[in-house]
Design a protein around this ligand. Sequence first.
Ligand SMILES: [Zn+2]
Ligand SMILES: [Zn+2]
Length: 209
Amino acid sequence: MIELTGAMIIDLHTHTNIHSPCSILSPYELISRAEEIGLDGIAITEHDHVWSRESIEQIKEKTGTRLLILTGQEVSSVYGHLLVFGHNGYLARYSLDEIMEEVHINGGVVIPSHPFRYGNIDRDIRELEEEFSHFDAIEALNGNQDEYQNRFGLRVMESLGLTGIGGSDAHSVRMVGRYATEFFSVIQNEYDLIREIKAGRCRPVFNKG
Ligand SMILES: [Zn+2]
Ligand SMILES: [Zn+2]
């Protein structure tokens, strides 16, 4: 079902009904759907909340899944939504500069979520260069952007030579894995994920199925 196959396909953007009130997706449904469509892993990225490793281990034990389950958060910043991996603290109250500094000091990455969902789309791509150069990657493909916005995301990524990721932004079962990220090395934890994103060894992919 996945268009491109590599070492690992991971949906890097999902919300569950445990910590995202806007989601109707239970972690059990998320895991079972991800397995069903053949994903290698998922990242649970709730709004302004990071799952504890202990809670993830409990879910893994209950389901017996062999799926890689990573954790991150989607920070509700003044700039807009930001996917953050490698920082577990609450960041929404800070300015963009402070978030960037805080996450980078901790060795994490900051990636604007669905950057073209609410605009930016009719601008000259070169005007976006300075804005996006500060981030570690952009979410070029997102399940809550329409096709035109996603196509623009891919063009921006390619034109500016940015690292791009993809995520379904799933809030329901049918959205899981619609977009994902392909990695060319084996990812076993958040450290591997961050290293590969920083090195630009990944690309956004979509699910044809
Ligand atoms: Zn969002
Ligand atoms: Zn989201």
